[in-house]
Write a protein that binds this ligand. Structure first.
Ligand code: UD1
Ligand code: F6R
Length: 371
């Protein structure tokens, strides 16, 4: 039921404050004498020791689910101290890459039925790794075949383009990072800031959804473009990949997400006054590096659209013209959840304006059950 919305994708974008609340429900437990919040992921509690002791955590997924894992990787590395590596399921299978008994392999899949991810799971099971699922679908093949896991509880996602599942996946993996990391004196302040950030996240997402009209206006300006680049780094490298994936899969406009640190190693050659480029430059440890990327793009007369934290408009765009989209600032590791929303809205409006099918893009299926 689409309710008051015209399309499922639109409905699912706008219901993210609620889906995120459901994802966290019952999992952040406040209490005890020290008032600290503990994270309870019921499905993992008997396996936490094994996960903490593993030599490596390997994320495996496809498409948007892979991007969600990429967004969560930095915080999992920071809090757990365990090396975290990334595998696109098909590539792991193509290479028959090494997976060991001492590994924890985490399979991320909205549907829980994606053929490549499922085959990669079977491969990891044969190799003796602890296999953890992060899925949205209770009773799905991946939920059944993993040793343990977490349901993201985002509610059924009907639009082929994944939106609310993406943000809920990131939140589950941030909670996984808190759970694996455990309490130490040295990371106490950081943990508290992340927990506070999680509690605030639904209201920050509600706030960023108010950009709807602004993103529709931007979509009108971009309607006839051939191509759109998205640059991000750090926590928001994933935002660049996921924003570009949304744009290309529904609006059928060519779009590429790129690591800003790679700009000088090739992509810079594409920059001219015509090609629109979105730069994600919200406030975090990479901010000054992104400011310098923006300056270099200005120097080549790049056509820039900058996503920045509220209040940073003047400092991101000094010395050139650009369109600025200001988003609320949250704890750095949760910022990808906020930052993807304007790009989801842009992809949605571009698609409607260009007259394409939003909920069932050409050639795509919701669940890819063949290789
Ligand atoms: C569970 C209940 C939830 C209830 C809560 C109360 C289910 C599906 N969930 O939620 O209704 O409100 O207890 O305590 O009945 N699993 C996998 N692989 C996956 C995903 C999950 O093996 O990919 C396993 C988990 O290890 C766990 C079970 O499925 O054994 C349920 O997982 P989850 O729903 O995340 O657990 P809870 O949040 O504890
Ligand atoms: C993009 C999209 C796909 C899926 C991918 C994996 O919007 O929906 O890229 O993310 O096919 O699907 P799941 O998560 O079901 O394994």
């Amino acid at each position: 039921n689409k309710g008051r919305y015209e399309h499922y994708m639109q409905k699912e974008i706008h219901e993210q404050p609620e889906s995120l609340t459901t994802t966290m429900r019952g999992r952040l437990i406040q209490g005890g004498s020290c008032k600290a919040t503990t994270v309870l992921l019921g499905g993992l509690k008997d396996h936490m020791k094994t996960i903490r002791r593993s030599r490596r955590i390997v994320f495996v997924g496809c498409g948007t689910s892979y991007n969600a894992a990429l967004a969560a990787r930095p915080i999992l590395e920071e809090l757990s101290g365990v090396p975290v590596t990334m595998e696109i399921a098909s590539d792991l299978l193509d290479r028959q890459g090494p997976i060991y008994r001492e590994d924890t392999a985490v399979f991320v899949s909205q549907s829980g039925e994606t053929a490549d991810t499922l085959l990669a799971l079977e491969y990891a099971l044969e190799n003796g790794a602890l296999c953890v699922g992060i899925t949205n679908t209770v009773g799905s093949a991946i939920a059944r075949k993993t040793h343990c896991g977490v349901h993201i509880n985002a509610g059924a996602e009907i639009g082929v383009a994944s939106t609310k599942a993406y943000t809920s996946q990131i939140v589950v993996m941030a909670m996984l990072a808190l759970a694996v990391g455990g309490d130490t004196i040295s990371n106490q302040a950081r943990r508290e800031a992340i927990v506070d950030g999680l509690y605030d996240l639904p209201s920050k997402v509600r706030e960023v959804l108010k950009l709807d009209n602004e993103m529709k206006d931007l979509a009108k300006q971009l309607i006839a473009e051939q191509s759109l680049l998205v640059f991000g780094r750090g926590y928001n490298y994933a935002t660049a990949l996921e924003g570009a994936l949304k744009v290309k899969e529904v609006s059928l406009m060519h779009s590429e997400g790129m690591l800003a640190g790679e700009m000088k190693h090739g992509p810079l050659a594409l920059v001219d006054e015509n090609l629109p480029i979105i730069v994600i430059a919200t406030h975090d440890a990479c901010f000054s590096k992104q400011q310098s990327v923006i300056q270099q793009l200005h120097a080549r007369r790049g056509r820039l659209i900058v996503v920045c934290s509220k209040g940073d408009a003047a400092s991101v765009c000094s010395g050139g013209s650009c369109r600025v989209i200001e988003v609320p600032q949250v704890e750095d590791c949760l910022q990808p959840v906020v930052n993807i929303v304007p790009l989801q809205l842009l992809a949605y409006h571009l698609t409607v304006l260009r007259g394409h099918n939003v909920d069932q893009p050409r050639n795509l299926a919701k669940s890819v059950t063949t290789q």
